[in-house]
Design a protein around this ligand. Sequence first.
Ligand code: GRG
Length: 293
Amino acid sequence: MCSETSEISEATKRWSKQCSQAHLYPMAAGGKRVRPLLLLLTAHSLGGKEAMALAKWPAMALECVHTYSLVHDDLPCMDNDDLRRGRPTTHKVYGDAKALLVGDGLLTGAFACLAQIPADHGPLLQACIARLSKAAGAQGMVLGQWMDLSAAADSDNVTWDDVSLLHRLKTGELFAASFVLGAMCANALNQKTLSENCNQWAEIGYKIGLAFQIIDDVLDETRPSSILGKTAGKDATQNKLTATRLLGLKPATELAHSLSSEAAVTLNKLLPAENDATSLLKSFVNQLLERKF
Ligand code: GRG
């Protein structure tokens, strides 16, 4: 940053380095990388290695968006958490204001990653920008987070239907984008309409996202912080409207299983061929839902 000027002060060089390090802090903390892996595996299943190579740009973009959302979600004005990915949260290390900036930088960086899609794939680039901004923005994840904050303040009037819509947006949108962006990369290379089968791919993502969130609620009640890498039992402390609270532990677990099965049925329909690539994606989805990693 600013390296072309030789008159830059030592202080500015230090701040620039600190700013870069702060952006790396939550990214390098070692999340599971579920969303980029789903994206890459979907592209690989539909379009082989060439599609997967093209898909690396949206995959990186998606992880940047996801990580930004966690950094902002952990802030004291939102979910107020001290532990994330097994480490102190970004604001605990850099302060609230700078953690806010790290989130802003990661979100902006996501679109810089998309801009790396080669110019001969212009329509794909445009479609990726449109899909990712829809998933992350004010009709997607941001709206889900908005509903979450609002629901917490109006808990007597909130139903499971409200909460499941909230999760569809807050968690499901990025899962849907994982599959859709991967499919679009393959469609671009296979000379197909970019949006082919994308509604069905999105539905798989929404179902997996909701199941993932319900399982998260179940684990929050049943596993310690040392295993989760984040503060356990926090939902109950904060009086959150979780699936387990609204439905009960057993029905919530059953719902997660039935959503997972429905997602698997659609996945098998979209990928009827059994080969190394499709088996890898299907097995990854299964392991994800069984929380094997
Ligand atoms: C701040 C706009 C804004 C949105 C925040 C995603 C989100 C919205 C908040 C996170 C709250 C949360 C813990 C939701 C549970 C499901 C979930 C998204 C968990 C975190 O995803 P993982 O398990 O995390 O994939 P890693 O760290 O492995 O990447």
